[in-house]
Design a protein around this ligand. Structure first.
Ligand code: 16G
Length: 246
């Protein structure tokens, strides 16, 4: 690392250049996970910048989930974000297993509902149709990563509300117990900020950016809706991946 890596003539602010340099070194594995990064003072000396500038770079890296800071000890490289490919219709359980993580859930609610106006409008179902509302905190290696609320059309999966989903995959149950094959899903993703509920449930200290998704899942005929789900993931631990071809 040297001062030559920082361009003082560039219109890009110095703190941003330092941040990008550090990010590159974290992503390339130059710094290991949980390794201590150079301190503000050390960065200042390495790059000939003020401590304020170094602090700002580290703070932004923290905000983006690349580093975590420990009071009085310094800044450390955070665990890499979990990457989710947006190509296949997979379950949380499958996504986590693919990464070598142990998937888990804590059920917050599993009950029958009907007459939910939002569902009726969104899915075009009859107002009297019954749904099972399943709300879970989703865990990866025991760490709370997301809150997921799924609405299932109960006529396709009667008594789903009786099942203990603390140790069960919803998609596996749909398939094995009810013989349901999923065909396709439509999904949107948007950036949000964790509200009081998420901050508390996900055990985070302050409001953090979240990735909120909405999914409508259809059966193999491609048009019969089976599930409507809303999930919100910690954006500092999770990123989405899309392959684009031309
Ligand atoms: C995914 C789906 C969710 C589905 C769940 C089933 C998104 C945004 N959500 O998290 O709709 O209910 O998987 O997971 O992708 P499970 O089979 O592990 O219970």
């Amino acid at each position: 690392m040297s001062q030559a890596e920082v361009s003082r003539k560039s219109p890009i602010p110095i703190y941003h250049q330092i941040k990008e340099l550090l990010k590159e070194r974290i992503e390339s594995g130059f710094f290991d996970t949980h390794e201590c990064l150079p301190s503000e003072r050390e960065l200042g000396e390495m790059y000939g910048i003020s401590r304020m500038t170094a602090r700002r770079a580290l703070k932004e890296l923290e905000g983006e989930g690349y580093v975590y800071r420990e009071q009085g000890k310094g800044s450390f490289v955070a665990e890499p974000k979990l990457r989710q490919a947006l190509l296949h219709l997979t379950s949380f359980t499958e996504d986590m297993r693919k990464r070598g993580l142990d998937p888990g859930a804590k059920v917050l609610e599993n009950q029958v509902i009907e007459g939910d106006k939002e569902l009726v409008d969104k899915l075009g179902v009859l107002p009297e149709e019954k749904f099972v509302r399943l709300q879970r905190v989703r865990l990866a290696d025991g760490e709370p990563l997301a809150i997921e609320t799924s609405f299932l059309r109960r006529k396709f999966c009667p008594e789903l509300e009786e099942i203990d989903f603390n140790n069960e995959s919803l998609y596996r149950v749909l398939n094995e117990r009810y013989g349901i094959d999923l065909g396709r899903a439509e999904q949107t993703v948007e950036a949000t900020l964790s509200g009081e509920f998420e901050t508390q449930i996900l055990n985070i200290e302050k409001a953090v950016p979240m990735l909120s998704t909405e999914r409508i899942t259809y059966l193999t005929d491609g048009e019969t809706v089976i599930e409507y789900a809303r999930s919100t993931y910690r954006a500092d631990r999770y990123k989405l991946y899309v392959e684009l071809r031309r």
